[in-house]
Design a protein around this ligand. Structure first.
Ligand SMILES: [Fe+2]
Ligand SMILES: [Fe+2]
Length: 305
């Protein structure tokens, strides 16, 4: 993407909020995402979640999901206590993103998109814990939002993005390759600019903006490398964007893997066969959670706070 294209895209993204339907809690939530989780009071999170009945209901469904190991949580407060502030704000951000896309504007299948994003969040976090990365919750958030640029492209450039998707399906190629060809930029470019517009931390900008960029991965920091590897693992294990890609993955030769191995020698101990089997074991739960949380536009009754 050249400078002129970048300026044009940035101007379009700045207009995004006026043409989308961002929930009222988005702005306070963005403020919360800029703070360390330890500086946030549980009461402010509970109050924020309780303001939107649909989001409160979705938050409860997540807290009760086997994926997060909790059951029989009946109030928003209990959900926040059970999941922890960092996890709740990540999940809320995902829910806000989902609501931001007007009905009928989705180019990708929303279920496939959220299964991929949630799968990537879980894998990034698990891998982060496995290697001793200092902020596994940040890794979860980075995995969840890494493809946020697809949502931007769906809203701002629906015809060309649809054409990109159709091209990727026909050629069985990665979607970013088709975007580059047809749009002249990728969801990484638009995702990074949206994260920048929202004042998100630099590491998240990089995770959204460089996760396919093998040339810059080694200098982009460990979080981006983790997201890149998780994205690949999810795509080869049928948690991609809802179409078949021809993907040859050799993790041991991947620049991100080599780079991480230097900084985190514990990565060498990660049993990848076991790890990918674990992902497959969670796929049904991921699908169930996504179907119950993101696939529904129904407004549930307001849960108790
Ligand atoms: Fe991507
Ligand atoms: Fe991805």
């Amino acid at each position: 993407m050249n400078e002129q294209q970048c300026a044009l895209l940035e101007a379009q993204i700045n207009k995004l909020e006026s043409i989308s339907t961002a929930p009222a809690i988005l702005q306070p939530l963005l403020k919360m995402l800029r703070l360390p989780a330890d500086d946030i009071r549980i009461e402010s999170v509970v109050e924020m979640v309780s303001r939107d009945s649909a989001i409160a209901a979705q938050c409860l469904r997540m807290a009760n999901s086997p994926l997060f190991g909790h059951r029989q949580v009946e109030t928003v407060r209990a959900a926040v206590m059970a999941l922890g502030i960092a996890k709740v704000r990540s999940l809320l951000f995902g829910l806000c993103m989902h609501q931001t896309i007007p009905k009928g504007k989705w180019v990708l299948d929303p279920n496939a998109f959220w299964r991929h994003s949630l799968g990537c969040a879980l894998v990034t976090q698990t891998m982060a814990r496995g290697i001793g990365y200092r902020e596994p919750e940040k890794a979860y958030l980075a995995g969840l939002i890494h493809d946020i640029g697809f949502l931007v492209n769906s809203v701002l450039y629906p015809a060309k993005f649809r054409e990109s998707f159709q091209h990727a399906v026909a050629e069985k190629c990665p979607l970013y390759v088709a975007e580059e060809l047809i749009l002249g930029f990728t969801h990484e470019d638009s995702g990074r600019l949206l994260c920048k517009r929202w004042g998100l931390p630099e590491e998240l900008l990089a995770a959204a903006g460089c996760h396919h960029r093998l040339d810059v991965l080694p200098t982009a920091g460990p979080l981006v490398c983790l997201v890149h590897l998780s994205d690949l693992l999810c795509r080869v294990r049928n948690l991609g964007y809802g179409y078949d890609e021809v993907l040859a993955v050799a993790l041991a030769h991947d620049p991100a893997w080599k780079h991480l191995l230097i900084a985190y020698p514990a990565l060498a101990e990660v049993d990848l066969v076991r790890f990918t089997l674990d992902i497959e074991g969670s796929m049904d739960e991921i699908a169930t959670l996504v179907d119950s949380v993101f696939a529904s536009d129904r407004r549930a009754a307001t849960p108790a706070s």
